[in-house]
Design a protein around this ligand. Structure first.
Ligand SMILES: Cc1cc2nc3c(=O)[nH]c(=O)nc-3n(C[C@H](O)[C@H](O)[C@H](O)COP(=O)(O)OP(=O)(O)OC[C@H]3O[C@@H](n4cnc5c(N)ncnc54)[C@H](O)[C@@H]3O)c2cc1C
Length: 403
């Protein structure tokens, strides 16, 4: 059984190993000069490759039931797969990393296994066209190949410098698949406010809540990065997964920022607390009081927005407006950053076009689809690699199941 895997990234490497173990004669065609180029960047080089309680709520997809069935049947196979390769891992707050803290450990474990299994690896070869008659004919910039089974593992469109530029989606569409709109996800957000120059560079523990057309969608607490064009950081990345589909439909996308998430009471109770701080330190201007709990750039911004300055007294400022801004600063999202800056892409081939047990296409027999080309987008925490491994395991097994 000749199996060709297009794309030597996360899902392709796993699919190739499993297919070779099942007796397939496997070739990986990868356009980069090395395998797993994107994997080196994951988790800031540490590779957050899995999450302790990975489940359906950690993903956005057009087909929740199908994804649920993939998770249910395959989730328990992932860690044994890596353990069998000799990878030792550690778990920090539910996030899994190689014990070495280096993505290289995981990539080397995969590539050494491919060598042992005598998988043929074609680097610097880009697949240009695929046709299917009795078998598949795959034309690259260097050669022509034939395969009984074909696994498309070419990734989505995020971080195109790592090789995932979306052409495999086009190849899949020529083989009969539809593509749900592909958009940048896990990405920073832009707004239209005039105040970004003031908060640029701040990193602050903040609560952010996403509203689409006034409906609350998701809330995050953690470090938010304030940038020249808007907001960034893991909390914002998680909110970003919902943004493009909403903006395309002309929906209003708002993030309310709570700058005082450590205060567990109401704004009125916070007012009493500020009253007492001000009364104990009567000489203190408002600037001093705010700097007790806020980054000074944020404090300067809030003062400007209420028409005050650092010397204004608490008793003489617009207290209601200040409290509103502290608890619920309105940030209107106008766009996301581009694919170049995104960690993943949303959208892709709908799961309804594959058999979830094998990842085989329902549109083109003997074709298998894995990873980010499918319409499955995880939040931060190891879920995107999680889906790459699960879909790769199913495809590798599925394509050689009769051997
Ligand atoms: C900076 C960054 C950090 C990330 N951190 C994490 C993290 O910590 N945890 C997590 O879970 N996820 C993380 N992700 C997301 C995760 O890396 C991806 O979701 C995952 O790699 C997708 O796997 P894949 O197999 O679908 O595609 P990829 O890993 O992108 O692999 C696709 C491969 O196909 C090749 N290819 C494409 N077209 C062709 C062609 N025509 N011919 C030949 N080869 C082709 C590409 O060169 C590429 O090597 C991160 C992503 C980025 C960009």
């Amino acid at each position: 059984m000749q199996v060709i895997v297009v794309g030597g990234g996360a899902s392709g490497l796993v699919a190739a190993i499993v297919a070779a173990r099942k007796g397939g004669t496997v070739t990986i065609i990868e356009k980069n000069n090395k395998l797993g180029k994107k994997l080196y960047l994951t988790g800031n080089g540490r590779c957050n490759f899995w999450h302790e309680d990975l489940n359906i709520n950690d993903y956005i997809t057009s087909d929740k039931e199908i994804l649920q069935s993939i998770i249910a049947t395959t989730k328990n196979k992932v860690l044994p797969f890596f353990t069998n390769l000799g990878l030792v891992y550690k778990v920090i707050n539910g996030y899994y990393y190689p014990f070495s803290n280096q993505a290289t450990s995981l990539i080397n474990a995969l590539t050494r296994c491919l060598e042992t299994l005598k998988v043929t690896i074609k680097l610097n070869e880009e697949v240009l066209t695929i046709t299917k008659e009795k078998d598949f004919t795959i034309q690259t910039n260097k050669d022509i190949y034939h395969a009984d089974k074909l696994i498309l593992a070419g990734g989505g469109m995020a971080a195109p410098k790592t090789g995932s530029t979306g052409e495999v989606l086009t190849l899949a569409s020529k083989l009969g698949h539809s593509i749900n709109k592909v958009y940048p996800a896990l990405v920073s957000l832009n707004g239209s406010g005039k105040y970004y120059a003031i908060w640029d560079g701040v990193r602050s523990e903040t609560q952010v809540t996403l509203y689409i057309d006034n409906t609350k969608i998701r809330e995050e607490i953690g470090e938010v990065q304030f940038t020249k064009t808007g907001l960034s950081g893991i909390c914002i990345f998680n909110l970003s997964n919902y943004v493009t589909p909403a903006l395309i439909q002309n929906k209003k996308v708002m993030i309310n920022i709570n700058f005082v998430p450590w205060f567990k009471g109401t704004p009125q109770e916070f007012k009493k607390w500020l009253d007492s701080v001000a009364s104990k330190n009567q000489a203190f201007p408002l600037g001093y009081i705010l700097e007790g709990f806020l980054n000074y750039k944020i404090s300067n911004l809030l003062l400007k927005l209420i028409g005050a300055d650092a010397k204004t007294l608490w008793s003489s400022c617009n207290q209601e407006k200040l409290l509103n801004l502290l608890f619920s600063f309105p940030f209107e999202v106008t766009s996301t950053n581009s694919f170049e800056k995104a960690q993943v892409s949303g959208g892709g081939i709908p799961l309804s076009e594959i058999n979830p047990k094998t990842m085989e296409s329902l549109k083109c027999p003997d074709l298998y689809l894995t990873g980010e080309i499918l319409d499955v987008t995880g939040f931060c925490g190891g879920y995107n690699l999680g889906f790459a491994w699960m879909s790769g395991l199913n495809a590798g097994e599925g394509c050689c199941q009769n051997d």
